[in-house]
Design a protein around this ligand. Structure first.
Ligand code: AMP
Length: 541
């Protein structure tokens, strides 16, 4: 066979040759915008010329601080295809974290959406390596800003040639990077190579994984700064799917309108996004969602009741996927095997709520504390370890933390799982979130899912709180649906759980809240809840 470099240039070129007529929809600050991949290709080349003009060379890091929109998509290919490294910045990081990741990555240029300017204005004095800021706005004029060395994206593109000879890069060269927030200490950087992204995209596109195809209309709600929107922009460009980029209006109604208007077939997001949509549908609002083939949910466990309600009441299929920033991110996805499709409903949905089977191309093992592999019996818990061509082999410039997580060629995920006889993985908890009661483990994820099956509950999360005798005990934080606010007691929630979980799993307390704090990527923020509890601030609101 030929020696052929697996680089993003192949993805971009295939799109140029085959899909020039296909559309990209982009929701901007002031208007909705659409163009074709044909126009997209020209602008990617203009952008590549602009990067050169700005002095960006091979290996240089270029930051993006942007919503899901067409300019961000242009950066997704222009930066890596010129040989530079796209560093997607999480717009929900605290200022200190943003300063840290920009300095640590040594970003040379930052592209920023105009409404996110204030995030940079406050910290630019502390950014040591940034030479240029490029502002992405629909207006003719740039806003007044305190940032030094600013340029207008559209002005720069206007003057740039529409041709660019993308180099043939080494497949092992870095293409992108993303930081993941750690429980303790600074965020950790993960660098994606061209090869890793290429092979990950192939796996994502395959039929039993995401199975994205030309005829799909793909809407990533998951931010393009969260593990490359789970790879969906790369795959969509490659296979020629129409992309619908929802910008910053991510409230359930706007998303439902967009799905209806653009006839979205596949959309990707964290569970809170789909729970929000479900609440609107449950309130009786009507939308034509007949185009939808599936909603891909990941980032945190998708509650079984949500999967079931979407399917049974609205005919909508939820596809559960699991991964992490360190794994590019797709690791598992739940497709029900052909001979399991006729399982009784309760078993079927229990399976659909598991995180799924390992992607082709990756290897896994699940080990106990002593490093021995645990049996695939659906009961024995162990830590999930992974290896494969799109699994990180280190954290960027962090030898010590790398050595802690990557041992003997395996990434130790910190996720505690069971595997059943069929190979379906069920995430029981992050190791640090497991509730350790009297020497036994309680799965907070399992408890949360059970509580969320209560008809009055909108959201629920469970944390371990210190206990004198038992070491830790579970505490449930519950948000009630609007119609039930003030009408449901703690006892009712506990009664609901009594015949569904072991007696010693019953939470010691249930706290009703207005909202559960979320992390920068929309997951329940258990670290903050534990801290609030320790400071005596976790009380009913
Ligand atoms: P991040 O790097 O921010 O995407 O976080 C990765 C972590 O999110 C994983 O290690 C898991 O603990 C969690 N996670 C991701 N997907 C799922 C899922 N489908 N179910 C449960 N936990 C998940």
């Amino acid at each position: 066979m030929m020696e052929y470099p697996l680089t993003l240039k192949n993805l971009l070129e295939r799109n140029r040759l085959l899909f020039a007529k296909k559309e990209v929809f982009s929701r901007l600050h002031t208007k909705d915008f659409r163009y074709t991949y044909g126009d997209y290709q020209k602008r990617v080349r203009q952008l590549a010329n602009v990067l050169k003009e700005l002095g960006v060379g091979p290996g240089d890091r270029v930051g993006t601080l942007a919503w899901n929109n067409h300019r961000h998509l242009e950066l997704y290919f222009a930066i890596p295809c010129t040989g530079a490294v796209m560093h997607t910045l999480n717009l929900r990081l605290f200022p200190e974290q943003l300063i840290y990741v920009i300095n640590h990555a040594e970003d040379k240029v930052i592209f920023v959406d105009v409404d996110l300017l204030p995030l940079l204005e406050g910290i630019s004095g502390q950014l040591k390596t940034v030479r240029h800021y490029v502002i992405m706005t629909d207006e003719d004029k740039l806003p007044d800003t305190r940032l030094p060395s600013v340029h207008s994206y559209e002005e720069l593109l206007k003057g740039a040639p529409e041709t660019y000879d993308f180099p043939d890069l080494d497949e092992w060269s870095p293409a992108a990077m993303c930081y993941t927030t750690a429980t303790t200490g600074n965020p950790k950087g993960v660098v994606y190579t061209h090869r890793g992204l290429f092979l990950h995209s192939m796996a994502c596109a395959s039929a039993d994984m995401m199975g994205l195809r030309e005829e799909d209309v793909v809407m990533p709600v998951v931010p393009m700064f969260h593990a490359n929107a789970w790879g969906s922009p790369f795959v969509a460009v490659w296979v020629g799917s129409k992309l619908v980029l929802p910008g910053r209006r991510l409230d359930p109604k706007s998303l439902l309108e967009l799905i209806e208007q653009e006839r979205v077939t596949v959309s990707l997001g964290v569970p809170t996004i789909w729970m929000g949509l479900l609440q609107v549908l449950e309130s009786g609002a009507k939308y034509d969602l007949s185009s939808v083939r599936c909603f891909i949910v990941g980032g945190s466990a998708a509650p079984e009741i949500m999967i079931k309600t979407f399917k049974e009441k609205y005919g909508l299929h939820i596809q559960h996927a699991y991964g992490m920033t360190e794994t590019t991110p797709l690791v598992t996805l739940t497709r029900i095997k052909s001979y399991l499709k006729d399982l009784p409903a309760d078993q079927y949905y229990r399976l659909a709520a598991k995180q799924g089977v390992i992607a082709p191309g990756l290897e896994m093992k699940v080990v106990d504390d002593s490093g021995r592999e645990v049996p695939w019996d659906g009961k024995t818990m162990g830590e999930l370890c992974l290896r494969g061509p799109w699994i990180a082999r280190e954290y960027y410039k962090e030898p010590e933390r790398s050595a802690e997580a990557i041992k003997d060629g395996w990434l130790h995920t910190g996720d505690i799982v069971t595997v059943d006889e069929e190979g379906y993985i069920l995430i029981m908890d992050r190791a640090k979130d497991l509730v350790k009661s009297g020497g036994e483990w309680i799965s907070s994820v399992d408890l949360e899912n059970t509580i969320m099956a209560h008809p009055a509950v909108a959201e629920a999360t469970v944390i371990g709180i210190p206990h004198e005798k038992w070491q830790e005990r579970p505490l449930a934080c519950v948000v009630l649906k609007d119609a039930y606010k003030g009408k449901v007691s703690k006892e009712e929630i506990l009664d609901f759980l009594r015949d569904k979980v072991a007696k010693w799993w019953l939470p010691d307390d249930v706290i009703f809240m207005e909202a559960i704090p979320k992390t920068s990527v929309g997951k329940f923020n258990k670290k903050q809840l534990r801290q609030m509890y320790a400071e005596g601030k976790l009380t009913a609101q």
